[in-house]
Ligand binder design. Sequence first.
Ligand SMILES: Cc1cc2nc3c(=O)[nH]c(=O)nc-3n(C[C@H](O)[C@H](O)[C@H](O)COP(=O)(O)OP(=O)(O)OC[C@H]3O[C@@H](n4cnc5c(N)ncnc54)[C@H](O)[C@@H]3O)c2cc1C
Ligand code: FES
Length: 259
Amino acid sequence: MERKTCRVVRQTELSPDIYKLELEADSLSGLSRSGQFVHIRVREGNDPLLRRPFSIHDADPDKGTLEILYRVVGSGTALMCNAVPGDSMDLIGPLGNGFQTGRKRPRVLIVAGGMGIAPVPLLVRELIRDGKKVDLLWGVRCETEFFDLNMNGVRTQRVCEEGSGIPEGLVTDLLEKKLPECFPGNQWEGFVCGPVAMLARVSEMIAAHDFPWQVSMEERMACGIGVCMGCAAETKSGEFRMVCSEGPVFDLKEMVLNG
Ligand SMILES: Cc1cc2nc3c(=O)[nH]c(=O)nc-3n(C[C@H](O)[C@H](O)[C@H](O)COP(=O)(O)OP(=O)(O)OC[C@H]3O[C@@H](n4cnc5c(N)ncnc54)[C@H](O)[C@@H]3O)c2cc1C
Ligand code: FES
């Protein structure tokens, strides 16, 4: 983990309220693994007081850059989207455990909903580098939320709640059709990221299947390093885990998800 002042290289509006931010992050990019996150001070000074957490969308150690994909939802992200090339941002990271990609399972199913797509490109790159065959189910609310994420070699099925020309529905509808194909189960593993209601539904659907699923969880965060206990998530055994320091990636079957 490092603390770094990073220069904004580029800021791109991909669709209304969704931005890709490219930062010059030097050594931080080489340290980053998929599923980890950075904690960003969105501007200098004490307003807002707290940093904001964002998944590492992509990292290029050769160029020394790091990318964040984010949606504007409140005051912090509204400030972030005004940043222009040459501005600086204070980052702490990479934080969190990240996805485990080393399992000896050749087939991978990724389920992403909404901004849950943010950590997927780096995850896909790691999986494909390890020779795995990857299927992605990607669901969004509105078709403008689909953009080209440059994920070569992945078989992607898309679905959207309201749109034209793209199948309508929920990403869990795609999962319902896909799960019976994931056979034999000992060849497969799954990854899921997205809003909590979707995670809860996926958790129910995969309960009867015997392959492992990792979930990337989101909680509101303050310190980001396991000190303030502000990001506790409950497990089915009744214990609490800190999403920032023990997560954000957990075994999906262990977590309590109230969608
Ligand atoms: C580990 C982690 C990784 C994340 N990665 C991404 C990412 O890659 N891209 C992205 O767009 N967002 C991501 N988020 C969510 C992002 O941190 C929040 O959207 C951001 O902090 C909102 O800041 P704000 O000041 O704009 O909104 P605020 O003014 O703080 O809040 C606006 C609204 O968003 C809700 N909100 C804020 N933070 C969260 C949260 N953590 N979980 C659920 N609801 C929240 C608030 O309840 C409120 O309704 C991630 C969160 C975590 C914990
Ligand atoms: S945000 Fe402080 S313990 Fe996780």
